[in-house]
Design a protein around this ligand. Structure first.
Ligand SMILES: NC(=O)c1ccc[n+]([C@@H]2O[C@H](COP(=O)([O-])OP(=O)(O)OC[C@H]3O[C@@H](n4cnc5c(N)ncnc54)[C@H](OP(=O)(O)O)[C@@H]3O)[C@@H](O)[C@H]2O)c1
Length: 261
């Protein structure tokens, strides 16, 4: 099985920590040159140093706030001016938790921009290089709420569905160029995002954290949270030549938690 990413350049968004960083770590292990994109320069500098360089890669980072689509466009235009991008990981911070009936119009607009519009800008920027190379992998980190909406994540559930629909439409149009578009749907994965969601539940329920976490784990057939590298491994496989005929799918990586077939 060919999983080598030697000679491939990857842009990994939301990669200063958590799932994005874990994806970059796995891509680097397979030989990709990684360009990290997020807001925090200090954590990005530290993140670049964690990436494997045994294929003599020179990893780097760029800064953009996904709340500002102009910044994202400038960052990706600067990146593609320097090298073609073969792998794009669309990922950023998730919308705040809360019931949908309390969500404001601005929250929907901001989340749509931060997720869907940025994915679109990033994808349009990397497409010419992918077409010329005859190789493209666009991987979107979304959520299992694409399959079954999750409680107390009203804005997130709504926006994730839009991103999944956008991705499937892109897959239909881009497959002919040997560019695949797929989605990873993480379940409860042990990152700072999960810590925040847990704290939110602790505050709302008044229950101790260990009790809240035990309840969350009981909702998972494997009875544990996922590790970020377990998401990273799936992304690295999808990015590889071995995944050449996988296109337009959404893969839950959730220990079996999603209750649909
Ligand atoms: N963890 C889970 O259990 C879980 C489950 C399902 C879905 N997801 C989704 O998977 C994605 C990644 O989750 P995670 O757990 O890895 O989150 P995380 O630990 O909070 O990390 C989020 C990453 O995105 C970056 N980011 C956040 N806001 C940004 C902004 N405005 N502009 C640019 N970069 C930004 C952060 O870096 P900077 O702060 O440096 O910008 C960080 O690198 C999220 O969309 C999340 O909702 C997570």
């Amino acid at each position: 099985m060919n999983v080598s990413l030697n000679g491939k350049n990857a842009v990994i968004c939301g990669s200063s920590q958590g799932i994005g960083l874990a994806i970059a770590e796995e891509l680097a292990l397979l030989g990709a040159t990684c360009i990290l994109l997020a807001r925090n320069e200090t954590t990005l500098q530290a993140a670049v140093k964690k990436l494997d360089t045994s294929s003599a890669q020179h990893h780097s980072f760029a800064i953009a706030d996904f709340a500002n689509t102009g910044e994202v466009k400038k960052a990706i235009d600067d990146i593609v001016a320097k090298q073609p991008i073969h792998i794009l990981i669309n990922n950023t911070g998730g919308p705040a938790a809360g019931p949908i009936v309390e969500a404001t119009a601005d929250q929907f607009v901001n989340a749509f921009q931060q997720h869907l519009i940025n994915n679109h800008i990033l994808t349009q920027a990397v497409l010419p290089g992918m077409k010329q190379a005859g190789y493209g992998r666009i991987i979107n980190v979304i959520s299992t709420s694409v399959k079954i909406p999750l409680p107390n994540l009203g804005v997130s559930n709504t926006i994730r569905g839009a991103v999944a629909s956008w991705a499937k439409t892109m897959a239909n149009e881009l497959g002919q160029f040997n560019i695949t578009v797929n989605n990873i749907l993480p379940g409860l994965t042990h990152t700072q995002r999960l810590e925040k969601l847990t704290e939110n539940t602790v505050a709302k329920s008044g229950q101790p954290k260990d009790v809240v976490e035990k309840g969350m784990k009981e909702s998972i057939p494997m009875r544990r949270f996922g590790a970020p590298e377990e998401i990273g491994a799936v992304a690295a496989f999808l990015a590889s030549p071995a995944a050449s005929y996988i296109n337009g799918v959404s893969i839950p990586v959730d220990g079996g938690r999603t209750g649909s077939i």
